[in-house]
Ligand binder design. Structure first.
Ligand SMILES: C[S@@+](CC[C@H](N)C(=O)[O-])C[C@H]1O[C@@H](n2cnc3c(N)ncnc32)[C@H](O)[C@@H]1O
Ligand code: SF4
Length: 353
């Protein structure tokens, strides 16, 4: 696939877009949201994400240092990034996380600093995180049953995560987003309990369709689709109403009338949101990924360490953004899903008629 050179995109965009040509791709998507992975390490071993023995870690010298993270962030913000999410691995185990947030807060133009965390260290760190300037929190929690928590994440800590969630509410984060990966036979029976949690708490529980990642033993049957989840919730709360969808929202959100909180669905498998994707990702070792599902990465770390100028860095970023595909390879999965359903419908048809 040929990329339109940045120069040409710049001219094109100058006429129609008040936004960086480097961060605008060939399909007009403006990338104003950057996710930075601060570490590959994690203090949990969720079955759907990491093997029991952990992942092979990159030597520390090859990870982005504090100042490199900030240099890259500054460059992206200057070009129009308005939201940065710190993730990982587990971002809150990185010792300089507070310094990074404090410095990010000083960047003019950066409207939102968010963190996605497993919540294990959250209650302890939250006052300092807030003071440093953290705006938004996503906390991962896949079950409300302590023993099941231990089974899913292969560690103890359920009460610590709950404490983190309650503290986030107490400190005024609203909504506090709770990420819940739904897996058949594991936690699908807790869907309604999670929705019930939003009655008295200003939470946004986000049900995430289980995605295949390297070695997580994903299989089609384990995935519970958005439609299936919605149907089950609607049986209990028929008045569940859909909330308006923002232009770049990845979650489809709903609310039970009268409940304080709401629920959302991240439908990466059954209904992609590639068309409105405004995200770019930087891995802990400084690779820029233009798509979560793509394998192509370009090392910003190596460019930075070679003493390149901001302009050279921008050219490389612009070229990578220019190569971003219209849709990710997950579409194959969606098509397979569709074909499988079609086949199933035919079989049923022939069995009964
Ligand atoms: C990779 S984690 C990193 C941040 C932090 N450690 C946490 O767990 O929140 C980011 C999010 O990805 C989700 N995730 C990980 N593996 C997944 C999978 N196979 N399918 C769907 N979501 C997944 C997690 O539940 C979490 O909410
Ligand atoms: S999902 Fe988050 S908490 Fe769980 S193993 Fe992956 S990085 Fe760690």
């Amino acid at each position: 696939e040929l990329a339109v050179p940045v120069g040409q995109r710049q001219r094109l965009n100058e006429e129609v877009l008040p936004f960086s040509a480097f961060l605008t791709d060939n399909f007009g998507r403006r990338h104003s949201y950057l996710r930075i992975s601060l570490t590959e390490k994690c203090n949990l071993r969720c079955q759907y994400c990491m093997p029991e023995e952990g992942v092979k870690l990159t030597p520390r010298s090859q990870l982005l240092s504090t100042s490199e993270v900030l240099t890259v962030a500054q460059l992206f913000v200057r070009e129009g990034v308005e939201k940065i999410r710190l993730t990982g691995g587990e971002p809150l185990i990185r010792p300089d996380v507070l310094d990074i947030i404090t410095e990010l807060r000083k960047l003019e133009g950066l409207k939102t600093i968010a963190v996605t965390t497993n919540g294990m260290n959250l209650a302890r760190l939250l006052p300092k995180l807030k003071e440093a300037g953290l705006d938004l929190l996503n906390i991962s929690l896949d079950t409300l049953v302590p023993a099941k928590f231990e089974f899913i994440v292969r560690r103890k800590g359920f009460h610590k995560v709950m404490e983190g969630i309650d503290k986030a509410i107490e400190m005024g984060y609203n909504p506090v987003k709770v990420n819940c990966v739904v897996m058949r036979g594991l936690n699908e029976d807790e869907l309604l309990d999670f929705v019930a949690l939003t009655e008295k708490k200003p939470l946004e529980v986000r049900f995430i369709e289980y995605m295949p990642f390297d070695g997580n033993k994903w299989n089609f049957k384990k995935m519970v689709s958005y439609q299936e989840m919605l149907d089950r919730i609607r049986q209990q709360w028929p008045s569940l109403e859909q909330l308006p969808l923002g232009k770049t929202d990845t979650a489809k959100t709903f609310k039970v009338p009268g409940f304080q909180g709401q629920v959302g669905f991240i439908t990466s498998m059954s209904d992609q949101f590639c068309g409105s994707c405004n995200r770019l990702r930087i891995t802990a070792d400084g690779n820029l990924k233009v798509c979560l599902f793509g394998n192509t990465e370009v090392s910003l770390r190596d460019v930075l360490r070679s003493g390149a100028s901001d302009q050279e860095l921008l050219d490389i970023i612009g070229a990578a953004v220019g190569r971003k595909k219209k849709q990710h390879a997950g579409e194959c999965l969606n098509i397979s899903l569709y074909l499988l359903l079609l086949l199933y419908a035919f079989v049923l048809f022939y069995m009964y008629f």
